[in-house]
Unconditional design. Structure first.
Length: 403
């Protein structure tokens, strides 16, 4: 199914500077090189090597092997000043690509189905531009090429390895190529942009038996069905209706035969929310719900609950900077989309907990070219015009912040 996305919109005349327009063919080449060679989280060996080869070619100082496969590059302007971080994730997904294009994945069962190949190409384009135009900014730009955003998460290990130090960042900015918005738009807002991601796995331990003799059993399927229904009331009856939250049970496994009552059932799911006030709330409420129902039916349970990513929360001042910069590139007001929140999660959130910053969406869908399939779809692809737009917006962010 193709995403319901409006047609691509236009850019301001001459919004993309000639030096970046001249990079467009290279940006496409780099992106397609990476697209053909996708790698899963913490296995981005070829990807990191490609990034390092370009940094070496351009004489840019860098460190590699950070949090296994991460790379950090440092580019200094011609005068001292603030330090701005730019983050790009590099990993792919365990998806078999269905696109019939010359640059389709050469790695069976692995695909760049979320645009991270584009993020890496954009960051390389910015590196090329900045190192040839150091006179246009003061201070330092730190490019963070991060592994494993899709899981288990590479941002936190990079932070623990010192990626935000030497020099310490004053702010950080990142983007996500976004097929939920058309080319020529930018989604940017202050405050929460993406949701916290928490996960749970629960095993219900009952007592099995004959399907015709339920009174001799503790039916784990009946208990689990009650739990699934009750979990839906947590958001409906415990969360302020003005707030947004989701509790989803995505897996339910039980039983081996039609006439056997299962002694064990397993279910798992995810929790999403924006407001930090709910940190810890869902874990406690889910366990209370499971425990109460199991007690009522005489069952036991084993519950695992863990936090994956906190919510992505943008600093208002840095979001204003990005919004101002983007307004000079895309046609306004339609090109700036403030209501762009999503219950999707992102480990950019860990960087934003440490340093004020902004994460924004860069519209990349183009229905007229059949480039509007959703993220994580086996036919995901995007309008590569967005690559130069991403470099331009990043360059303007650097020049606006580092002055």
């Amino acid at each position: 199914m193709v995403a319901t996305t409006a047609e691509a919109k236009s850019f301001h005349p001459a919004a993309i500077r000639p030096e970046i327009q001249a990079l467009q063919d290279s940006l496409v080449q780099w992106r397609r090189h990476l697209h053909q060679r996708p790698e899963l989280g913490f296995r981005e060996v070829q990807t990191a090597a490609f990034v390092v080869s370009k940094l070496q070619e351009w004489g840019i100082a860098h460190q590699s092997g950070i949090a296994q496969t991460g790379v950090v590059a440092v580019i200094e302007g011609d005068r001292p000043g603030p330090v701005l971080g730019i983050r790009a994730d590099m990993d792919a997904l365990p998806i078999q690509e269905a696109n019939e294009v010359p640059y389709r994945s050469q790695h069976d069962g692995v695909m760049h189905a979320c645009g991270h190949d584009g993020h890496t190409a954009i960051a390389l384009g910015l590196a090329h531009y900045l190192t040839h135009h150091r006179d246009r900014f003061q201070g330092t730009v730190k490019l963070i090429f991060q592994p494993a955003e899709e899981g288990p998460g590479g941002a936190k290990p990079m932070i623990e390895a010192g990626a935000l130090q030497n020099p310490s960042l004053d702010a950080i900015i990142g983007l996500h190529i976004w097929n939920n918005l058309p080319l020529g738009t930018v989604g940017v807002r202050s405050g929460p942009l993406m949701a916290a991601v928490e996960l749970f796995r629960c095993t219900i331990l009952g007592k099995g038996g004959h399907g015709a003799l339920p009174h001799q059993t503790v039916d784990s399927i009946v208990v689990s069905a009650q739990i699934v229904n009750a979990l839906q009331t947590i958001v409906a009856r415990n969360v302020n209706p003005i707030e947004s939250a989701v509790v989803t049970v995505g897996e339910f496994h039980a039983g081996t035969a039609m006439n056997v009552i299962a002694d064990t059932a397993r279910l798992s799911g995810t929790v999403r929310y924006f407001s930090p006030q709910y940190d810890g709330f869902f874990k406690d409420r889910i366990e209370q719900t499971v425990a109460g129902i199991c007690q009522g039916f005489g069952a036991q349970y084993d519950l695992d609950y863990w936090k994956l990513y906190p919510p992505v929360v943008n600093d208002p001042a840095i979001a204003d900077l990005v919004r101002s910069v983007a307004s000079a590139v895309v046609e306004t007001p339609a090109g700036i989309v403030p209501e762009c929140q999503t219950m999707g999660g992102e480990d950019m959130s860990f960087f934003l907990q440490e340093v004020p910053g902004c994460y924004f969406f860069l519209g990349s869908a183009n229905l007229s070219q059949n480039l509007a399939y959703p993220h994580h779809h086996p036919r995901f692809d995007f309008d590569e015009t967005v690559l130069g737009v991403g470099v331009e917006i990043f360059a303007r962010c650097v020049e606006a912040f580092c002055r």
